[in-house]
Design a protein around this ligand. Structure first.
Ligand code: TRP
Length: 344
């Protein structure tokens, strides 16, 4: 006899995602996340968080943490996340994130968390000296998502394993408490070209703000001339743009540029190759640079405007935190009941 499948989760379809408050957002953040977040607003109730509690896992920065949060929130809004339709807030403004994280610490198993490859990468050789918070990072991430009973989570490839952990935690919590459909098992949304934006210099490395060479990335605030010169100098080879996807094999840098073009124009890779296949990079690169500049310039201008108007941005974040609390607090009260915690 096989077990009956678990009952379906019946709550609303809801998206949750977050980004750490880092300055220096780049094209990878825009195409890999923000542009997709904006789209999702058409089909879901969306909650977008700036995760400052995650940021302190790698060290304190009390002077700059708040301004880093504002900068990232400004990028959300400038990219097109609409504070009237979606919830935009800073994680630590909703205390329940940490409360649920503790409960999940008691659900997650050591073996599950020890398997997380991102911790191993971030902690490096000396894991013993990294913070317990860095180890526990993915458990807090599960709390972020499930505090809102989010059903869908747009994330990059590198966060897939963390999302699987969130599903495992949700499942075990439901089983352990005999509450079969209490938490949904959140689904990753990882799709389309632009899921992975690579360095302009080395197609095997992700585009990253920590790359020493600024030429390796397009920053969200780069102006048109800078974008043009970075794209012109981007690594390619001497062959023309291929006519089909098979022709991208073994040409990681070319594949990346074509993927960027497809993502930014919201076209398929096939479609882009149908237009540029057989043409040289002397044609393709200027077209790409112009497209990027016309997409990013208005966003950069709006980011500058918002960053100069702290009061307006703070009002958005205050309103977002209130809306987030209105969802989180009743769910947290239910969790406390299900766990049998003291009714204070
Ligand atoms: N760990 C994510 C990242 O580095 C950020 C994050 C924190 C997140 N909490 C989340 C993403 C919840 C999605 C859902 O990109």
């Amino acid at each position: 006899m096989t077990d009956a499948p678990p009952p379906e989760y019946k709550g609303p379809q809801r998206v949750f995602s977050g980004m750490q408050p880092t300055n220096g957002l780049h094209l990878g953040n825009y195409l890999g996340a923000l542009q997709k977040w904006v789209k999702l607003q058409d089909s879901f109730e969306c909650i977008y968080c700036v995760v400052d509690l995650h940021a302190i896992t790698t060290g304190p920065d009390p002077e700059n943490l708040a301004s880093r949060c504002r900068e990232v929130a400004a990028a959300y809004v400038a990219a097109g996340v609409d504070p009237k339709r979606s919830i935009i807030f800073v994680q630590s403004a909703v205390r329940e994130h940490t409360e649920l994280a503790w409960i999940f610490n008691c659900v997650a198993r050591m073996g599950w968390v020890e398997r997380m490859t991102q911790f191993k990468d971030k902690a490096g050789k000396d894991a013993q000296r990294s913070s317990v918070g860095l180890f526990d990072y993915p458990v807090l991430q599960a709390a972020d998502i499930l505090l809102y009973k989010a059903t869908h989570v747009p994330v990059g490839e590198d966060q897939k394993q963390h999302l699987e952990l969130s599903r495992d935690i949700a499942q075990k919590f439901n089983n352990d408490h005999n509450a079969p459909a209490f938490f949904p098992l959140p689904e990753p949304l990882i799709q389309g070209p632009g899921a992975r934006i690579m360095s302009l210099r080395d197609g095997s490395k992700k585009m990253s703000k920590s790359d020493l060479s600024d030429m390796s990335r397009i920053n969200m605030t780069d102006d048109a001339d800078t974008i043009m010169s970075k794209i012109k100098k981007a690594t390619t080879d001497s062959m023309p743009v291929p006519e089909s996807k098979e022709g991208l094999a073994g040409r990681a840098e070319v594949e990346n540029l074509v993927g960027i073009f497809a993502a930014v124009t919201e076209r398929s890779v096939e479609d882009v190759l149908a237009e540029f296949g057989g043409k040289g990079f002397g044609v393709f690169k200027p077209a790409l640079a112009e497209t990027l500049a016309s997409k990013l310039s208005p966003i950069a201008a709006e980011m500058r405007r918002l960053n100069a108007d702290t009061a307006a941005l703070d009002a958005i974040l205050k309103d977002g935190a209130e809306k987030a609390r209105a969802i989180a607090q009743p769910i947290m009260a239910e969790v406390r009941d299900v766990v049998g915690l003291w009714r204070a």
